[in-house]
Design a protein around this ligand. Structure first.
Ligand code: 3H9
Length: 691
């Protein structure tokens, strides 16, 4: 996407305005770094230039280093060199920060001698979120400019601050609407009064005590290696001369950049954005307008979905079949908001506004005014068909008709209306107002603009939308079913629930499958098994013994202490041992590594089938689903990225062993997995081809 000349310089009335234009976000590619260095040298050499302004085109100032260049052979100049060429100018250099200045982008601004920011600009050092630290002088210049404690805070949480907040800590000199005009004026004034001392030549920061206190607090519960690196690098700003501090920072940066965790986090960032691109959409497809929504079903799910609309400022009608159900639904929503106010995460004003956007109505006719209708009733095909059949006449022409089904066939639901092109799935995850994932299910006959609308709407609702084709369970739950089956199997073979959960905790999941099952309620899976004729002897026995999970204070664990903390329960062990005996299985101890592989590899295998069938367009889409909907730990990049990191031949080999040992053919490696492994390739190679 880079243009021919991503950096230009125009001299006007004594000021050279250096402008970066490298869409979409002005990342610091090799061409931009080279352009900045040349422009700085030209400005120094030109006697008509008295001062310099650095700015950029578009909504962003600079989004940072070009993430896509990491891992490729480096092309000079480095970013620290490009920044040094600006900072070392004898003429004053002022950054005109027209939009977000992030990471290396803020570091460019720090290398300038003064900074002016537009009112809406955000300034930040988000490198920690990519498993990095600022690597172009940020750890050395920022502490010298604003103090080490505030600098460390900015680096360690990675969240940007507003232009006004940046001014308050002395990071920018001015906030101005006409940012380039104000920067020019400031630059010319500085040319008269004298160039400010560059950050590098300012003395060491002075707030050592505050810094050490902040550092100790951060290190206490940091599991991200970047945080410790930030602390050490900033400490160098106190103890070492600038150049040595820069060398220390560089060493940390290079070490972290090559750490597999950082590689995984960069994949997460790029995969999430790639997922937004809908494959096969005709060029110029325009999303439909969505100004009003309706949600059918005021249960936990429907209420949560209604909250998503209200939170995004979209008026929504919550529809129920009776006044009583409606009131219960509305009360639950009101209760959720009230809790947020009590916790301090929502103001009273915002609560009132959001509640004001939700109206409750009895009867489907209330869906008539909506541009999008989301059905969130029981998982029962007959009921869903009946509703969609009625919606065909009730909903206004062009309205999107979405089902929140987790498993059912969206094409069959669509066939119950005469307008299947308007029908798709919008599969929210529980709790719907919290979880980021949204699976947008594309039916055979879903219209391209309907799909584009749902994807855009998903982003408006602050979700991470991912397109899935139609199949039982879509991307996420279809893979989850493989894990659930193995978890059950492991119990029968000899493992205990706490051992299985501990293995996934050690891998990085906050919750293992059994703790998760207890939280969600074991009756959910039981009901599905009843309907589909499937069996899970241990899970069935627990439900039949009245152990439905946290809600009955007993499930895989005993919750009688406080209703939330589960402890192992001898009664569960007895049930499991009984099932093993009934199945004629001699129990054996199963190690953590085997448990982890048994849980994760069959999921990866299913992911390969999902890719091969075209249910997911990219391996990265599958990762995005698991990272945002199922708590997959980001530092391993998602199931398919993790598979590539382990090497596919190892997974193929283990799956064959599992299949042989269990006689379960579904554990045989998928053809795509075998093909890639034999070709010495990974899933990433498919995504590269698709891009
Ligand atoms: C760094 O700076 C290291 C230095 O300290 C040291 C170096 C030595 N590179 O998010 P969007 C693409 S580390 C390459 O949808 P928005 C993105 O993939 C970097 N590409 O837009 C997408 O591409 P596509 C520290 C990038 O308006 C397109 O731009 N910086 C980069 O919602 C639009 O992105 C960060 O971590 C990049 N750095 O949000 C900031 N950034 O259209 C990362 C974006 O092909 N960026 N792209 O899918 C962001 O937070 C957001 O992108 C931003 C815009 C807020 C800027």
């Amino acid at each position: 996407m880079a243009q021919e000349e991503p950096v230009t310089s125009v001299v006007e009335e004594g000021v050279a305005v250096i402008r970066i234009a490298n869409p979409p976000v002005n990342a610091l590619s090799a061409a931009v770094r080279g352009g900045l260095k040349r422009a700085a040298e030209a400005a120094e050499a030109d006697p008509s230039v008295r001062a310099v302004v650095v700015t950029a085109e578009g909504r962003t100032f600079i989004a940072g280093a070009d993430i896509t260049e990491f891992g490729k052979p480096p092309v000079p100049p480095t970013l620290p060199e490009a920044i040094a060429s600006l900072e070392s100018l004898a003429k004053p250099v002022v950054a005109a920060i027209n939009g977000a200045a992030l990471g290396g982008g803020l570091e460019v601004a720090l290398g300038c001698h003064a900074r002016v920011a537009a009112p809406g600009a955000k300034l930040g050092l988000p490198e920690v979120k990519l498993g990095l630290l600022p690597g172009a002088g940020g750890t050395q210049r920022l502490p010298r400019l604003v103090g080490a404690a505030p600098a460390l805070k900015l680096m360690a949480d990675g969240n940007p601050v507003s232009a006004e907040a940046a001014k308050a800590i002395g990071l920018v000199e001015e906030v101005a609407e006409d940012v380039v005009g104000a920067a020019r004026a400031l630059a010319l004034r500085l040319a008269e009064t004298g160039r400010p001392t560059p950050a590098r030549d300012r003395g060491a920061p002075e707030d050592r005590e505050a810094f050490e206190e902040a550092a100790a607090g951060l290190l206490k519960n940091a599991d991200n290696p970047s945080v410790a690196a930030c602390v050490e690098a900033v400490r160098a700003a106190f103890d070492l001369p600038f150049e040595e501090g820069m060398a220390a920072e560089r060493a940390h940066f290079l070490r972290l950049r090559d750490d597999p965790r950082s590689k995984a986090l960069r994949h997460v960032f790029l995969a999430e954005r790639a997922a937004a691109r809908i494959p096969g959409l005709p060029r110029g497809t325009q999303p439909r307008r969505v100004e009003r929504a309706a949600v059918i079903g005021g249960g936990t799910m429907g209420g949560g979905i209604a909250m998503c609309f209200a939170n995004a400022g979209i008026p929504v009608t919550l529809i129920e079949t009776s006044e009583e159900n409606l009131q219960r639904g509305l009360e639950r929503v009101a209760g959720n908001y009230a809790t947020s106010v009590k916790r301090g995460s929502l103001t009273e004003e915002a609560r009132a506004k959001r509640m004001g956007l939700i109206e409750g109505k009895v009867g489907l006719d209330a869906a008539a005014g909506a541009d999008v209708v989301v059905e969130a009733v029981f998982e029962e095909m007959g009921l869903k068909k009946e509703i969609f059949g009625k919606l065909e006449t009730v909903a206004k022409p062009g309205a999107i008709l979405a089902t929140n089904t987790s498993y059912l066939d969206v094409d069959e639901i669509a066939a119950s209306t005469s307008r299947p092109a308007d029908v798709l799935g919008m599969h929210f995850f529980s709790p719907a107002n919290v979880m980021k994932l949204l699976e947008v299910v594309r039916g055979k006959r879903t219209a391209p603009d309907a799909l584009a609308t749902a994807m855009e709407l998903g982003r408006k609702l602050a979700k991470v939308p991912v397109v899935s084709g139609v199949c039982y369970g879509f991307i996420g739950n279809r893979m989850l079913a493989r894990r659930t089956a193995q978890a059950e199997r492991l119990l029968i073979e000899g493992a205990l629930p706490e051992e299985v959960d501990a293995a996934l905790n050690a891998f990085g999941f906050r919750m293992g499958p059994f703790a998760m099952g207890d939280l969600a309620g074991l009756d959910i899976g039981w009901r599905i098994r009843q309907a589909t004729g499937k069996k899970a002897p241990v899970a069935d026995a627990l439900v039949e013994a009245g152990r439905l999970g946290q809600k009955t204070k007993r499930g895989y664990y005993d919750y009688s202490a406080d209703g939330r903390t589960g402890v192992p329960d001898p009664e569960v062990v007895a049930i499991i041992e009984r099932v093993s005996a009934e199945q004629g299985v001699t129990r054996r101890p199963i190690g953590r590594e085997e448990i982890t592989e048994r849980l994760l590899f069959p999921m990866i295998n299913e992911g390969a089938r999902i890719l091969e069938e075209g249910i997911a367009a990219r391996a990265g889409d599958i990762d995005t689903v698991w990272l945002n909907g199922y708590g997959w730990p980001a530092v391993t990049g998602g199931p398919m990225f993790h598979a590539d990191s382990l090497g596919l031949p190892r997974i193929v080999g283990r799956l064959r062993e599992f299949a042989r040992a269990s006689g379960d053919e579904s554990l045989e490696p998928a053809p795509l997995l075998v093909r890639l492994a034999e070709a010495g390739q990974g899933f990433a190679s498919l995504d590269e081809k698709a891009a």
